[in-house]
Write a protein that binds this ligand. Sequence first.
Ligand code: XLS
Ligand code: CA
Ligand code: CA
Length: 436
Amino acid sequence: MEEYFKNIGPIKYEGPNTKNLFAYRHYDANKIVLGKPMKEHLKFAIAWWHTFCFEGTDAFGGPSATRSWNTSDPMQTAKNKVDAAFEMMQKMGVGYFCFHDVDIAPPGKNLQEFFQNIDVITDLIKEKMEQTGIKLLWNTVNLFSHQRYTHGAASSNYADVFAVSAATIKKGLEICKKLNGQNYVFWGGREGYEWLPNTDMKFEQANIARILKMAVDYAKEIGLDAQMLIEPKPKEPTTHQYDYDAATTMAFLMKHNLDKYFKLNLEANHATLAGHTFDHELAVAACFGALGSIDANNGETILGWDTDEFPTNALDNTLAMYQVLAAGGLGKGGINFDAKIRRTSFAIEDLILAHIAGMDSYARGLIGAAKIIEEKFLEKIVEKRYQSYSTGIGKAIVEDKENLKTLSDYAMKLKDVEIESNHVEIYKSILNDYVQ
Ligand code: XLS
Ligand code: CA
Ligand code: CA
C-alpha cells in the first residue's frame, strides 16, 4: 500500500515551546480539562471533500495541488483516497471523519451505478474503521452539484428532482447506518431562491419539510439512531438560502413540527456570512437545546466569501468553546474541519500542517474557555448584571407573579430608576488574558 504522507508522523504533543512544525503545541489528547480528556471535548473530524478532493482550484484557475492518489481510473482513485484518509487520521490521532456521497465514490453512468460504487467504497471504509477504531462523525448527500439540482433539490420546481433527492437521501441514511454514523447532516445547498418574484417560497419550504419528515420516518424504519442535523447558511450559492441562520432554521423546524428530531450543525464561516459572530450562532442553538455539531473554519472577512479557512483565531475559538462548554458539550456532535488549504498551500504536508493549526487553535480555545468557567470570570459578570431579578419585584416578575396592573402600581411609586454602567471595555480587555 502506498504511503501518501511520506516521512510524516505520528504527530505528537510537544508543548508550546517546540520548534517542530509537525507536532501539537496545545492539543494534548489525554490531558484532562474540566474532568475529561481533551479528545472527548474536541472530537475532531477530517472533511473528505476539502482534504482528499479539493486541489486548490478557485474561480480564476485550475488545480494548484497534485495528489498522488489520483489515477485515470475513478474507482481506483476513490480507493486510494480511503487509504490516504485513514493514513492521515492515524498519523494525526484524529478520531472522526465526515463525507458527502460524491466525495467517496464516482458517479457512474446512473444512480444505480453510483450506489453500487458507494457500496464498494463503504465496504472498504468499514473495514478500515474496524481496524483503526476511527468513527464516522457524519455523512451527508450532495444535492447541489449535479446539473439536475440547478433549481434546488427538495425545493426544486421539478417533482422528478424531488424524487431523485429522496432516493439519494435514502441511500445516505443507509450508509450512515452501515458505518454507524454518529450524526447525519442536511445542508440545503441550493434550497433557496435566485429571484423571489418567481418563487413560491411557502410551497418550496413545505416540500423541504416533507422530505425531512420522510427522512425521519425512514431512519426510524431502518433503526438508525444518528442525530439528525441541519446546517444553516444564509447565501451562496443561491441569493437567499432558506436555512439562513440558527434562528431562522429553528423557526422553520418548529413551524413544521420537526424540532424534536433535529439539531443544528453550525459553521463559523456561515455565521460570518449571516452577519453574526460564531458564538452568537452557538448561543442561539443552545437556547433551543439544539446545539448539535460544529463545522470549524474561519471566513476571510475582507473577502466576504465562504472561504472555509482553517480556524486559527484563538479569541474566536475561545468564545466558541465557551458556548459549547456552557451548553454542556456537543453530545454526539464534534468538530469537523470544514476547511480547505489556501491555493498557495499546495504541498501534501500542508494538509497535515493545516489540521495541526486548526486542532491547536481549538485546543487553545478549550483551555481558555475552561479557565473562564473555572474562575467564573463571565459567570460573575452575568450574575451581577441580572441581580435585580433575584430579589423583590424582579424575583416576582420571573416567578410570573406580576401583571401589567401590579407592575404599573409599582412603577408609579418609583422615585428614580437606577442603572449601572456595563464596564464593557475593561471586561473585553481582561478576556484577552484568558486567550491561551
Ligand atoms: C457548504 C457547506 C457544506 C456542508 C455539507 O458551504 O459547508 O460543505 O457542510 O454539505
Ligand atoms: Ca459546512
Ligand atoms: Ca462553508
